[in-house]
Ligand binder design. Structure first.
Ligand code: AMP
Ligand code: ZN
Length: 680
C-alpha cells in the first residue's frame, strides 16, 4: 500500500468532514466513522512522521510541546476602529462619509464580536500561519493553537495568497460550562478566548470550544473590489462569515445585488441606519455570543482607498459601541499644568473611581472654554468616561456643589513663575522662556521613552536634580557630575552607576530620536523620520534649509504641512535653539542620520533607487516604507530622475507619478509592494 497516498486521502476526507460538521453543521457520516478515519491517520502519522503536514487534521488535537509565539510582521493592514456611542453621531458620520465619497456608496453593518482578533495567512491553498493583532505591525504567531479550532479551514481552494481577518470568540453558555470546570476562573468570554490563543500547549486550546467569524479578506489576486463579494467568496472557501449583516445604500440596484449575494440580508436606504442600530442594540442579548457594538464599513474598495486611513484607523469604517465606559465621581480639585511650550492645561483631580477595570484619579479638562461649557467647579459630582484608550475625560456635571457656586476660573498668572498668562485661541500660555516649570517639562520630554529614552532619568529623578539646581537645562544632563549625588537620600552607588550608564547610552541614540527630542513643536517621531527619509539626514541640512526662510522646502515632503514647515523654520533659526544643538554636538550626540533604520533584512533591493509618493494604508508614516526599502539594500531619493528605478505610489500620488510614467521606471502600488516585501 502507498501509505503516503493513503495519508493524503485521509487528510482530504477528514478536512472535508470537519468542514461539514463544524462550519456547515451538515455532517455526512456518523461520529464513530469519523473517529475511525482519524485514528487511522494518527497511526500512520506516528509511523511516517515525515509525511505528516503542518495542516493535517490531526493538528486539531493539539500538542504537548511548548509554544513560543515568535513575532512576525503583518503584511496586511490591521488597524483598530474609530468609535462612536450615539446613533445620531453615527448618522452624521454617514452623511459626512457620503459627502466625501459621493452619494450611492454602500455601507455594510456587521456585529462587533467581542473576542480576540486574529489574522490568518494562506498561500498555495494552505494555512501558513496565524497572527494575533499585536501592535498592528507585528503579531504573535499562534498558529498551533489556531490549528486546533475546527472552524478554521486548514486548506482552501484558492491557490494565490490570501490574508483573512477574523475574531475568535466563545459562546456565553459554552463559557459558563467551561468556567465551572476550571479552578482559575476567567472574567468573561473574551478573556477566555484571548487566553486560549496564548496557551503554552495547544492540547489545552483544543479543549476550549472556540469559534471564529471572519470579516475581511485580502486576496492577492484582487478578484473583487467589493466587500460583500469578498465575504461571499470567503464563505465559499469554507470560512465562517457572520450571517447577521445589514446593507444600507441609496442605490436600489446595489441593494438588490446585496440581497442576491446574501439572501436574507436586511437591505435598506441609508436613512434607515439609525433605527437599525437601535434595534440591534436592543436585541444584543438574543445572540448567543457577546457583541460590544456594530461596525459600519464602506463596501466599495475603491472608495475605501480614496478615503484612506489615519495612523490608527481607517476613515471608511466606524464602530458604534453600545456603551461608553462611564463612572460617577467627585471633582476634588483642579491642577494647573504648564507644558514645555507654555500651554496651560487644567487637570481634574478626582476621587478615585474604577472604569472598565482600572482606577481613574485624573482627567483632562483641556482649557477654560471646556470648563465653561461644562459649568464645572470643584466639589461637583461629575461623570467620567473612557472612550477607547484615550485619557479619561469629564463628560458632564451630574450635581453641582452647594459650597462652590459658579464656574472654576484659571488663574491670571502662571502658578510657577507668576508671569501673566496670555490667551491664544482656546488656550492660555505662560510666555516666560525661563519659567522653571517649562524648563522642567522640557527636561522630562527630552528624557522620555519616545525621545532619548533615558530610563534612569525618570520624572522623579529629574525633579530632584532640578530642585537642587544641578540639572537646569538639557546640556546639564551631559555635563553634570553625577558623583555629587553620593550621600543624597535615595541615591545609592548602584543607582548612580545606572544613571551614568543611561546618560552615556543616550549618546548613541539615532538621529531620528535626537531630532524629536530637540522639542521643535510639531516634530515628534513620525515627522522626524519623514524629514530624515527625505534627505534631511543631517542637522546642518535642516538648519541651512531653515535659513532660506521658505516653508515650501519642508512642505514639499508629504506628511509635512505648512504649519509644521513654518514651525521648523522658526525653531531652527532661534539662537537659543542653535546653541542647544551646538552643546549637544559637543556632548557627542548623533546629529547625522543613519542610512538604514536598523538591521538589514536582505539585499533583494540592492542597486535599486526608489522614490515614494502618495499616502499608504500600511506604511504610515511613509518613513516606514523608506525603511523597508533601505533594509533590503535599496536607496530612497526625493525626486524622480533618470536614475530612478522604482516609484512607490500610494493613494493621491503627486506629480512624481506622471514624471515616473514619462521616464518609464517601474511603478509599484502598495499591495504589490507588500507582496514584494513578503515574497523576498
Ligand atoms: P478596537 O480594538 O476596539 O479598536 O476594535 C477593533 C477590533 O474589533 C478589531 O481588531 C477586531 O478584533 C474587532 N472586531 C470584531 N468584529 C469585527 C468586525 N465585524 N469588523 C471589524 N472588526 C471587528
Ligand atoms: Zn511660567
Amino acid at each position: 500500500m502507498d501509505y503516503r497516498k493513503r495519508m493524503e486521502s485521509l487528510v482530504r476526507e477528514l478536512l472535508r468532514h470537519q468542514q461539514l460538521y463544524h462550519v456547515l453543521a451538515r455532517p455526512e457520516i456518523p461520529d464513530a466513522e469519523y473517529d475511525r478515519l482519524l485514528d487511522e491517520l494518527l497511526l500512520l502519522e506516528k509511523r511516517f512522521p515525515q509525511f505528516a503536514g503542518a495542516n493535517s487534521p490531526s493538528r486539531r488535537v493539539g500538542s504537548d510541546l511548548d509554544n513560543t509565539f515568535p513575532e512576525r510582521p503583518h503584511t496586511v493592514p490591521v488597524l483598530s476602529l474609530n468609535k462612536l456611542y450615539q446613533p445620531q453621531e453615527l448618522g452624521q458620520w454617514l452623511l459626512k462619509t457620503e459627502a466625501a465619497a459621493g452619494c450611492g456608496v454602500g455601507f455594510a453593518i456587521e456585529e462587533k464580536i467581542d473576542g480576540a482578533s486574529i489574522v490568518l495567512y494562506y498561500d498555495q491553498g494552505e494555512l501558513q500561519y496565524a497572527l494575533t493583532r499585536g501592535n498592528g505591525l507585528l503579531g504573535n504567531d499562534v498558529s498551533d493553537n489556531v490549528r486546533t479550532i475546527s472552524q478554521v479551514p486548514l486548506r482552501i481552494a484558492e491557490s494565490s495568497r490570501l490574508a483573512v481577518r477574523g475574531e475568535i470568540y466563545i459562546k456565553r453558555d459554552d463559557f459558563e460550562r467551561y468556567n465551572s470546570g476550571v479552578a482559575e476562573k476567567y472574567v468573561n468570554p473574551r478573556n477566555l478566548a484571548a487566553g486560549s490563543l496564548r496557551n503554552l500547549k495547544s492540547v489545552q486550546t483544543a479543549r476550549v470550544p472556540l469559534n471564529i467569524f471572519v470579516y475581511e479578506g485580502f486576496f492577492a489576486n484582487e478578484f473583487s473590489r467589493d466587500h460583500l463579494e469578498i465575504l461571499q467568496r470567503l464563505r465559499e472557501l469554507g470560512f465562517r462569515v457572520n450571517p447577521r449583516l445589514g446593507f444600507f445604500c441609496d442605490d436600489k440596484g446595489k441593494r438588490l445585488r446585496a440581497q442576491h449575494l446574501f439572501p436574507g440580508i436586511s437591505a435598506a436606504p441609508v436613512a434607515a441606519v439609525e433605527e437599525y442600530l437601535r434595534r440591534q442594540a436592543a436585541s444584543r442579548a438574543d445572540v448567543p455570543y457577546d457583541i460590544d457594538g456594530l461596525v459600519v464599513k464602506v463596501v466599495e474598495l475603491a472608495v475605501r482607498q480614496e478615503l484612506g486611513t489615519t495612523a490608527h484607523h481607517p476613515r471608511w469604517a466606524m464602530a458604534y459601541k453600545f456603551e461608553s465606559p462611564q463612572a460617577r465621581t467627585l471633582l476634588l480639585d483642579v491642577q494647573i499644568q504648564v507644558g514645555r511650550n507654555g500651554r496651560v492645561t487644567p487637570v481634574a483631580l478626582l476621587k478615585p473611581v474604577a472604569i472598565s477595570g482600572s482606577t481613574v484619579t485624573r482627567a483632562t479638562l483641556h482649557n477654560q472654554d471646556y470648563i465653561d461649557m461644562l459649568e464645572l467647579n470643584v466639589g461637583d459630582e461629575v461623570s467620567i468616561s473612557r472612550r477607547g484608550d484615550v485619557i479619561p475625560a469629564v463628560e458632564e456635571v451630574l450635581e453641582k456643589s452647594e459650597q462652590h457656586p459658579g464656574i472654576f476660573q484659571l488663574p491670571g498668572s502662571c502658578p510657577f513663575c507668576s508671569t501673566l498668562l496670555v490667551k491664544e485661541g482656546a488656550h492660555h500660555f505662560c510666555k516666560n522662556q525661563a519659567c522653571p516649570e517649562r524648563r522642567r517639562r522640557a527636561l522630562n520630554y527630552f528624557c522620555a521613552r519616545e525621545q532619548m529614552d533615558i530610563e534612569t532619568l525618570g520624572e522623579k529623578t529629574i525633579a530632584f536634580l532640578f530642585a537642587k539646581g544641578w540639572v537646569q537645562s538639557i546640556p546639564d544632563i551631559y555635563s553634570f557630575d553625577y558623583g555629587l549625588l553620593a550621600g543624597q537620600e535615595g541615591f545609592r552607588e548602584k543607582k548612580i552607576v545606572r544613571i551614568r550608564a543611561g546618560v552615556e547610552a543616550s549618546k548613541s541614540r539615532p538621529f531620528v530620536r535626537v531630532l524629536a527630542a530637540l522639542g521643535c513643536e510639531g516634530v515628534a517621531a513620525a515627522v522626524a523620520a519623514d524629514l530624515i527619509a527625505h534627505g534631511f539626514d543631517d542637522i546642518d541640512k535642516i538648519i541651512a534649509a531653515a535659513k532660506k526662510n521658505d516653508w515650501e522646502i519642508f512642505a514639499a515632503i508629504e506628511g509635512i504641512g505648512e504649519t509644521t514647515a513654518r514651525l521648523l523654520i522658526s525653531h531652527f533659526s532661534k539662537p537659543e535653539n542653535l546653541r542647544l544643538i551646538d552643546s549637544l554636538k559637543t556632548a557627542g550626540l548623533k546629529f547625522v542620520g543613519e542610512k538604514t533604520g536598523g538591521d538589514m533584512v536582505n539585499d533583494s533591493f540592492a542597486g535599486q533607487i526608489w522614490v515614494i509618493t502618495g499616502s499608504f494604508v500600511q506604511f504610515n508614516p511613509r518613513a516606514l516604507a523608506a525603511a523597508a526599502i533601505e533594509k533590503r539594500g535599496g536607496r530612497v531619493t526625493e525626486n524622480v530622475s533618470a536614475r530612478t528605478t522604482h516609484l512607490l505610489a500610494g493613494s493621491h500620488p503627486g506629480s512624481k507619478l506622471a514624471k515616473a510614467e514619462k521616464i518609464g521606471c517601474k511603478i509599484i502600488r502598495e499591495n504589490e509592494f507588500i507582496a514584494l516585501l513578503g515574497a523576498l
